[in-house]
Design a protein around this ligand. Structure first.
Ligand code: AMP
Length: 221
């Protein structure tokens, strides 16, 4: 049975960290549109060159580019039984396009990570990202064994250009203007589950995992 989970939350709400762990527990691939764009930028593809300035400014990539990239990814065989979406949808047209694509039989479960603005700014300010493999660490919460060096691959850890304070503020504005309306969109369809994200990652993870288990009871695929 196709199971689709959407992680919805502001930048810095912990979506990426939680999505990686949940994808293992839930045995479905983690599909992050932000990671896909950064991969394209690292590899200097035509798409990467087109979207780099948009990401650096903390703005949203136009819906048609996001949808083409996302639908190509979820058409891969590993997504046939479902997937975990992180950072998508981010606008109402994206959510509607996903609904059409999935058809009436597949209703995504939307886990909404609710966090305070102070948490978001603190998390983004200390976040480090590997220039080589894209792994994410944090100066305070998951410091690298050797300063500036990725634990996973030995690459160079840097702050993401869009984690600079003024860009984080812009991303938060974009979130409240364009993405927050998705909360009521999914709430009105009975698909939204709020999870308090202002807690240690292990506690948040347990609640998210439980919510997925409740939404997709065992034995039904
Ligand atoms: P993220 O890693 O999810 O914070 O995404 C980083 C950046 O990639 C965002 O600030 C946007 O510029 C772009 N991006 C990622 N996902 C989307 C999306 N669904 N729609 C539009 N832009 C996106």
């Amino acid at each position: 049975m196709k199971r689709v989970v959407i992680l919805l939350g502001a930048p810095g709400s912990g979506k990426g960290t939680q999505a990686k762990r949940l994808s293992e527990a839930f045995q479905r691939p983690h599909v992050s549109t932000g990671d896909l764009f950064r991969e394209n930028i690292r590899e200097k593809t035509a798409l990467g060159q087109r979207v780099k300035a948009v990401l650096d400014k903390g703005e949203l990539v136009p819906d048609d580019l996001v949808l083409d990239m996302l639908f190509e990814r979820v058409a891969q065989p590993d997504c046939a039984r479902g997937y975990l979406l992180d950072g998508f949808p981010r606008t109402l047209p994206q959510a509607e396009a996903l609904e059409v694509r999935l058809g009436a039989d597949v209703k995504p479960v939307v886990l909404h990570l609710v966090v305070s603005n102070e948490t978001i700014v603190e998390r983004a300010a200390g976040r480090l990202s590997c220039a080589k493999c894209g792994a994410v660490q944090h100066k305070k919460f998951s410091p690298p064994r050797v300063a500036g060096v990725c634990d996973a691959c030995g690459g160079e850890l840097k702050q993401r250009p869009d984690d600079q304070p003024e860009v984080v503020r812009q991303r938060l504005r974009v979130y409240s203007d364009q993405t927050a309306p998705l909360v009521s969109f999914y709430q009105s369809k009975g698909q939204l589950i709020d999870v308090d994200g202002d807690r240690p990652p292990g506690e948040v993870f347990r609640d998210l995992e439980q919510a997925i288990r409740n939404a997709f009871p065992k034995g039904k695929g």
